[in-house]
Structure formats: C-alpha cells, structure tokens
Write a protein that binds this ligand. Structure first.
Ligand code: FAD
Ligand code: DLZ
Ligand code: SF4
Length: 511
C-alpha cells in the first residue's frame, strides 16, 4: 500500500530518514504550509519567509528527483491549517493510513502526530532524526547517572566519535579546547559579511504572501538576503570558510556597533532547516585547517559549537521532556520589558541588539547571552517570557535548540543542570568585548549615581538576592568576596539604586 512521507519545514534534507525509508516509485511526500506552524509563536517575518521559500524549493527539487509531492500552500482553500490535519486529508485522498515521519524538533508537534501518548488516527512509522551526530538515545546513555551535565565532557566524546580534529585518540594540536586563544576584544576595520542572495521569483512570491499575512509580527521582512536552497547554502558555507573562519576563534565574543555578523558564520538558519548538515560543515572547516588556511583555535572553536554545544543543547531538550521550558528555579516573575520589542531604551547595548534582531532576525551568541539574556536574568524576568521572545525573534529559532539555550544556559532556570554558574556580568564585560559603552547615555565606569550603568547595579543586586543559592558555589566565591569587601554604605547605595531602577522598569518608564 502507498505510504505518505511527511517532510516538515525544518526537515529539508535529501537524506532525511523518512525519505530514506520510503519508496520513490510508490509513496507520496506530504509537505504543507500551515497557519498552526506559522503562528504557534509570532515568528520573525524573515523566518516565516525563509521557511516557506525553502519548502517550496525543496519540494521542487524532490519532484525533479522523481518523487511525487502533495504540496499545500498557505492560501490553498482546502488547507486544514495544521500538520496533522494535512496528513489526514492526504491519507484520505491517497487511500492510505500509513505515514513515515521523522521525529519533529518539538514536543508539541511530536505529540500532535501521535508520539508520546498523543492520538492520531494513522499508523505512524517513526524514524529517529539521524541528521544529528548524537542520537537522543546515545545522549541519554551518556547523561545517565550524571548529577550535572557539562558540555566539555560530552564534546570530547563527540570528537572521538566523529574523528574531527583527532590525531589517533588524541586531540589534534594536543589540546581539546583552544578558548584561551579566543575572546579577544573587537578589532578595527572588519570587512566581512555573510553571503547575501537576491530574492528570485519563488522568494519574491513568498515575501508578498508573508508581507500581507504577518505584517504585525515583530521584525522587518525586507531586505531579505537569506539563502533558500541547498546550493545557495553551500555557497554561503564556502564563503564563510574562506572569508570569516580564519578570525572566528579570535573574535567570537566581540560586539561592534553597526557590525551585525563580525566573523560569525550565520549558518544556523540553514543548518536548523536541514539545507546543510553538521558533518558537512565541520568537514569543510577541518579541511580548511588541514590545508593550512585557518588556525587551529578557529577550527576547533567552530567545530565545538556545532558538534559540542548544538548537539548537547538538543540532547537536554529531549532528555528533560516537555516541561523543561516551564522551569523557573530562581522564581523570576517580572514581565519582559517593552524595549525588547521596541529597542527604546537608553542602554545602548540592548538597543543595538534589539534593533539588529528586528532588522536581520539575527544576533550572535554573545549578544543573545551577555546582552539581552544577561539583562533579563539580572532583572528577574520570567524565563518563559524570555524564551518566547527569543522564539519570536530569530530566524534559527526552534523548540529543540531554544529551550536549553534560554532556560538552561541563559536564565539558569533549570537550577544548574547544564551551567555551573549563571551567565551574569556587570557592564565591564560588555565594555571589554564591545564598543557599545562609548556611545551610551550611561557610564560603564559608574557603579552608583545617576549615570551608573544598570548592569552594574543589577549585577550586585542579583548576587545579593540569590546569596543563599550561590555563595557556596566555588566559581562564584570571588564575586561574593568582592561584594563583601565593599564598604557597607556603598553596598546599601547599590541595592537602593538597583531597586529604584527596577521600580522604574516595572512602571514602564524609559530606562
Ligand atoms: P556561529 O557563531 O557561527 O556558530 C556556529 C554554529 O554553532 C551555529 O551556526 C550553531 O549551529 C552552532 N551553535 C553555536 N552555539 C550554539 C548553541 N549554544 N546552541 C546551539 N547551536 C549552537 N541557536 C540556534 O540555532 N537557534 C536558536 O534558537 C538559538 N537561540 C539561542 C538563545 C540564546 C539565549 C542563546 C544564548 C543562544 C542561542 N542559540 C541559538 C545559540 C547561538 O547563539 C546561535 O546558534 C548562533 O548565534 C547562530 O549564529 P551563527 O550561525 O552565526 O553561529
Ligand atoms: C517554522 C515553520 C513555519 C513558520 N511554517 C511551517 C509550515 O508551514 N510547515 C511546516 O511543515 N513547518 C513549518 N515550520 C517548521 C515547524 O514549525 C517545525 O518543523 C516544528 O516546529 C518542529 O521543529
Ligand atoms: Fe550597556 Fe552599561 Fe555599556 Fe550602556 S554602559 S552600553 S548599559 S553595558
């Protein structure tokens, strides 16, 4: 009997497990643009446009390869509006009750398709998503019995497993991690940018559709310069390896006004949708190192992000289950400040990050972690609100990759399952890694007073209010010693001014 083969908007990979299990001569691929996926969070318009355009092009490529594809467009009159609805409609149409499905990247959709006790009147043949280096089973086996999960240990296993940057059973160059060579302050005169693509007819049609249907969402739809098919994404990869990778390690934590991308790859959007695979990216990077074109700290730093952090983050999402995104270990309840949507704040670092997020659906890791994430944690914003903002803001946002990055790494809301200490800093870290403070209304050197940088005030207030939880943490002992050495009056002033700032934040005053 004919089977259906579901291909989701982030499963645009020719070797996808569900496709590999099906018979091109007999089975029918189902792809559907549906409102439920487009609205379960108010995605950035660039993300919706990217997803729909890439889906349309992938469907065309499958057809050219001999597959029969039942494709539903967003405005098709018969569109039922959801993935399960479309699968059932196609099952009726093709007279079948069987579908091959590759595990989706979100519990929500997994359950809607009958996984984990969900109910759907179809026989679903589940396939693990083998586009990741580490299966969920292998991750669970690695994590079993560990009290805390540390990326560095996991990463070494992935190096051994893939053989990337390995010299026999030893790390190439003698070290697993070259981070001590990285994290340099920003350089002058950066001239690199990711490869940009002029919209073709397919993309333009989608841009018109998204511009009409999602005009209220946060974010600028145009200009739209993303790659939308595999061949373009491969060109973007080659461009990155040649032009930016050599400096990736050195400057991966740097931030500069008006420089959105620095030496970052901007490949996550393609990787997460399946236009590129993690191993092909890492092999390209390793080859560049072997050819002597990039230093080891750049190659290692990049490969660690992909086979280390990315896989680790996913492993936690599926291991911890659907309630992980609702954790709130620090009991933070503040509403997300409006300036996360408007950029209207005197804090230049935040304004800059929000504005580029709105325009490009992109911010690099340190902007996400140490600017917007850091502020939300210091101010005590409810982690679920923070999670939803990131989901609505970035072109690479999907449940499996967002949850542990926000709930675990950025907001410490899982109580330290995956981070040994909270990622908080005062303004001095931002000042060291960026040029933001030079054009800010606040003064980063001021610890108190009318011009004091809010990060300075909130940093100490955060440590003080969570003292019981953190003072015994050896990695935070130095911070508490510094706080305790401060003159008592000064400490009181810091706490009082922090409260005044938070009060103004609650009242919606401009800060
Ligand atoms: P590069 O700096 O060039 O890094 C190379 C690749 O490494 C990335 O493309 C990405 O695939 C991978 N990578 C690096 N760090 C991580 C990480 N922590 N988790 C997963 N992959 C990683 N990444 C997403 O893909 N989607 C998200 O929704 C997302 N949300 C985040 C939210 C917060 C609060 C934080 C702190 C990080 C988040 N990240 C997310 C991780 C990281 O910030 C992005 O992967 C990265 O900024 C993407 O830009 P890039 O491709 O230029 O990355
Ligand atoms: C992100 C997204 C959007 C905006 N639209 C669709 C869609 O119309 N059809 C589809 O199959 N997938 C879409 N996606 C990606 C899904 O949301 C994604 O597959 C799930 O969130 C699981 O990761
Ligand atoms: Fe941000 Fe403080 Fe620097 Fe202003 S002074 S840019 S608020 S860190």
């Amino acid at each position: 009997m004919v089977s259906l083969v579901l291909v989701l908007g982030d499963q645009l990979t020719p070797s996808l497990a569900a496709l590999a299990a099906a018979d091109k001569a007999r089975d029918t691929v189902v792809m559907a643009e549906v409102m439920e996926e487009a609205t379960y969070v108010p995605h950035h318009p660039k993300k919706i446009a990217f997803c729909l355009a890439a889906m349309r092009k992938f469907a065309a490529a499958l057809e050219a390869d001999g597959w029969q594809v039942a494709y539903t467009r967003l405005d098709d009159p018969e569109n039922t509006g959801s993935i399960p609805g479309e699968l059932l409609r196609r099952a009726d149409q093709y007279g079948t009750d069987t579908a091959h499905v590759t595990q989706p990247g979100e519990w929500r959709l997994f359950e809607a398709l009958g996984g984990r006790g969900g109910d759907v009147p179809l026989t679903v043949r589940w396939h693990a998503d083998d586009r990741f280096v580490c299966s969920t089973k292998a991750f669970d086996a690695w994590a079993e019995g560990r009290k805390s999960l540390r990326m560095e240990h996991f990463y070494r296993e992935m190096r051994r497993k893939t053989g990337l940057l390995m010299d026999g059973d030893q790390p190439a160059g003698g070290q697993w991690n070259y981070d001590h060579d990285n994290r340099k302050p920003p350089p002058d005169g950066i001239e690199t940018a990711p490869m940009q693509f002029t919209p073709d007819d397919t993309v333009n049609e989608v841009l018109d559709l998204v511009g009409t249907k999602f005009r209220r969402n946060f974010g600028a739809l145009r200009p739209f310069r993303f790659a939308t098919d595999r061949s373009q994404a491969r060109r973007a990869l080659a461009h990155f390896v040649k032009h930016a990778l050599p400096h990736f390690g050195d400057y991966q934590d740097a931030m500069l006004t008006g420089q959105r991308f620095l030496y970052h790859s901007v490949l996550s959007v393609y990787l997460n949708a399946g236009l590129l695979t993690p191993m092909e990216i890492c092999r390209a990077v390793e080859d560049a190192w072997k050819a002597g074109d990039v230093p080891i700290n750049a190659a290692e730093g990049f490969i660690r992000q992909v086979i280390g952090w990315r896989e680790f983050i996913r492993g936690i999402y599926f291991r911890e289950g659907p309630d992980y995104v609702r954790r709130n270990a620090l009991n933070h309840q503040r509403k997300l400040p409006a300036f996360y949507w408007t950029g209207e704040t005197d804090m230049h670092c935040i304004a800059e990050t929000v504005e580029q997020t709105r325009d490009a659906a992109y911010a690099h890791h340190i902007q996400r972690l140490m600017v917007t994430g850091n502020f939300a944690l210091l101010a005590g914003v409810a982690p679920a609100e923070v999670h939803d903002w990131y989901m609505a803001s970035y072109a690479d946002a999907y449940g499996w990759v967002m949850a542990a990055n926000v709930i675990g790494m950025s907001q410490f809301a899982d109580g330290g399952l995956m981070a040994s200490k909270p990622y908080v800093s005062s303004g001095s870290y931002i000042d060291r890694m960026s040029d933001y403070c030079r054009s800010c209304r606040y003064r980063v050197k001021d610890k108190t007073g009318p011009d004091a940088c809010p990060f300075n005030l909130l940093y100490w207030q955060f440590l003080d209010r969570h003292r019981a939880r953190f003072e015994g943490n050896p990695r935070m002992a130095q911070m508490y010693r510094t706080w305790d050495r401060m003159d008592g009056d000064r400490r009181e002033t810091v706490l009082r001014e922090a409260e005044v700032f938070l009060d103004r934040l609650s009242k919606g005053a401009r800060v």
